[in-house]
Design a protein around this ligand. Sequence first.
Ligand code: MG
Ligand code: ZN
Length: 219
Amino acid sequence: MKKPIIFCDFDGTVTDNDNIISLMKQFAPPEWVPIKDRVLNQTITIQDGVSRMFSLIESDKKKEMIHFLKKTAAIREGFQEFLEFAENRSIPFYIVSGGMDFFVEPLLDPYGPIKEIYCNQASFKGEFVEIKWPYPCDKECQNGCGCCKPTIIRSLSREEHFTIVIGDSITDLEAAKQADLVLARDFLSKACEKQGIRYIPFETFFDCRAILEQNLEVV
Ligand SMILES: [Mg+2]
Ligand SMILES: [Zn+2]
């Protein structure tokens, strides 16, 4: 019998919306838009684009940004119940996020248990926000992911694991390719369809719990 292990995205998965986009709309000058477009049409890497977008925001906005997201970011329904379900089944739950520590950690603080949070780091020491990348791509990934989800999964997964990936966007696609079970919504579900990757759609974490209850019995 294989041991389930969960890797869950944060922006657009745990939260309803993408927090980087919310922050840019609220705090960045309009120059962030063409940078975002270049990330989306893949003429620059995610890592490069996100660095450039945050470098448009002054460091002294830190508190205001955290306050803004705490007030506006909605956590998807059933998240705490899902964490408790995983805990009861002794399934380790990891967050793998392309977001930044200064908002991922405070937004997740009321919830648990979470085995580990993998995300990027923001430095507010200079005049403008600087992003640090503690989890870069390994030799097997050339995408410039910033926070490389496939690399993290490779480093934590063992032969005996049944790897579950939960996500919503294109940045979860490479991770989904390595998973034994994919729970997908939004762009990720469309991408999986195009690439012929088997997935199960979800909207809330209550759906995720029901999906695991059904699918783990046969593992
Ligand atoms: Mg996401
Ligand atoms: Zn990568």
